[in-house]
Design a protein around this ligand. Structure first.
Ligand SMILES: Nc1ncnc2c1ncn2[C@@H]1O[C@H](COP(=O)(O)OP(=O)(O)OP(=O)(O)O)[C@@H](O)[C@H]1O
Ligand SMILES: [Mg+2]
Length: 436
């Protein structure tokens, strides 16, 4: 806006100044024309007087030239004044007086040419010529005066215009500078406020993030603790069942065997009953063994991971009727690492049995230089891992176990394309955990 106002002021100033300068030019031209007219009238008078006094025709040359110039001068002066101007009346009077003066001089010169001495001397003697000349001077002076006044007024107008544009440009520039300063101040304030807000937000975000990290860490710790407690409880229960219930059942079996030998030759019904009792006790012992095995796989402690997994796979295959192919390498993992692998395979098999409707399962355990890779793959109906309900804990528990041991866990599955569960476990989780 300021720039537009500046342009407007500048343009107006320029227009007014050029108008005034043109006027000055006009006035100056008019003044010069009046001066020239006066000069030519004087030239004509000098020429005519010279001729009258000497009779020398050479004086007639400047006289005649001046007469021609005078009529041209009058013509151009008439053109330079508009009709309604007050100067037009003065110019008309001046023209009349000049024409009278010319007529008077022409008469004298003509009489001198004709040799009419008395007549031209008479004309010369009268005051008519002087009166005409005075009037011409007076009217030319008026015209010059009015042109000078016009010039002064136009000059004043130029000065006024210059002052006005100077003040206008100054004021507008000052206003623009002030507005720019205010804008800068405002934008700096806004920027500062924005930065402050950003900082506050960042602080809040950092705080929330650290809170979330803390909560996640404590939840992970709790989950690890619960898993340990669960394993310990299961171990404790398995030991109790083994020691107490096992002792009771074995004692009962021994008693039955002793009774059997003592009751030889008794009615066959008693023998049958005792046989039935022995079988019941045997199935009780087998059930106890199965429960203990499920609680705490003794095969894992006694035979090692590979054999324990073979047994787990074989029993699952017999129970479910799904074919299982195993490719198991001996791996050097500590007890908790072995238990992690065992539980991983166990939960994966349970899931396959519950959901997959598979016909074939592949279990592989491979040992690499510093990590172990476990994979359980089925050809069942698959699922969308992104859409698993949060209320289920099998996969989440597996992931937690593996990650707590410093490993990586992944589930790859697609509807209709089977499922693959993989885990990579470091061979020395403690050393790796210490490094990270
Ligand atoms: N092998 C698989 N084939 C098809 N679907 C599977 C398979 N494994 C898991 N799923 C799907 O993933 C879901 C989550 O499994 P997850 O083991 O986490 O929970 P769950 O078995 O339903 O319950 P929980 O294990 O807690 O008793 C299952 O409900 C099932 O829909
Ligand atoms: Mg499950």
């Amino acid at each position: 806006m300021a720039a537009l106002v500046l342009i407007a002021i500048n343009e107006t100033g320029y227009n007014r100044s050029t108008q005034a300068l043109e006027q000055i030019d006009d006035y100056s031209r008019t003044r010069n024309a009046v001066n020239r007219l006066l000069q030519h009238v004087l030239d004509a008078e000098t020429g005519s007087r010279g001729y009258l006094l000497t009779g020398d025709p050479r004086y007639l040359e400047p006289y005649n030239a001046a007469v021609v110039e005078i009529s041209q001068n009058l013509e151009s002066l008439r053109a330079s004044y508009p009709e309604e101007a007050t100067e037009s009346a003065t110019l008309a009077q001046l023209t009349r007086n000049v024409q009278r003066k010319l007529a008077e001089m022409d008469l004298s010169v003509r009489m001198r040419k004709q040799g009419n001495e008395d007549a031209w001397k008479f004309v010369l003697m009268t005051d008519v010529g002087k009166e005409h000349m005075d009037a011409i001077r007076d009217q030319a002076g008026k015209l010059i005066q009015s042109a000078t006044t016009g010039m002064v007024a136009a000059q004043q107008q130029v000065e006024q215009t210059l002052i006005l544009s100077r003040v206008g440009i100054g004021v507008v520039a000052l206003a623009a500078l002030t507005a720019f300063y205010l804008y800068l101040r405002q934008s700096t304030r806004l920027k500062l406020a924005g930065e402050q807000q950003q900082r506050a937000l960042q602080q809040e975000r950092d705080l929330l993030e650290s809170q979330v990290r803390e909560r996640t860490a404590s939840l992970a710790q709790l989950a690890t603790h619960l898993q340990q407690v669960r394993e310990e409880e299961r171990g404790h229960l398995a030991r109790e069942l083994h020691d107490e219930l096992g002792a009771l059942l074995t004692a009962a079996k021994l008693d039955v065997a002793r009774l059997k030998s003592k009751l030889a030759g008794q009615p066959p019904e008693i023998g049958q009953r005792l046989q039935h009792l022995t079988e019941t006790l045997n199935s009780g012992i087998a059930l106890k063994r199965r429960i203990i095995e499920d609680l705490r796989p003794s095969s894992l402690a006694n035979l090692g991971l590979t054999a324990a997994l073979e047994i787990l796979a074989r029993e699952f295959s017999e129970r479910s009727g799904i074919e299982i192919a195993t490719s198991l390498e001996d791996v050097a993992l500590d007890d908790s690492g072995q238990l992690t692998v065992y539980r991983l395979v166990q939960e994966s098999l349970t899931n396959v049995g519950k959901y997959a409707e598979a016909t074939q399962i592949d279990i592989s355990v491979h040992s690499y230089s510093n990590h172990v890779e476990v994979e359980i793959k089925d050809d069942g109906k698959g699922f969308d891992p992104q859409a698993v309900r949060p209320s289920t804990h099998g996969l989440a528990g597996m992931r937690h176990r593996v990650e707590a041991a410093g490993g990586r866990f992944a589930v790859a599955s697609q509807l209709g394309a089977g499922t693959r569960v993989t885990a990579v476990l470091p061979k020395a989780p403690l050393a790796i955990a210490a490094l990270t």
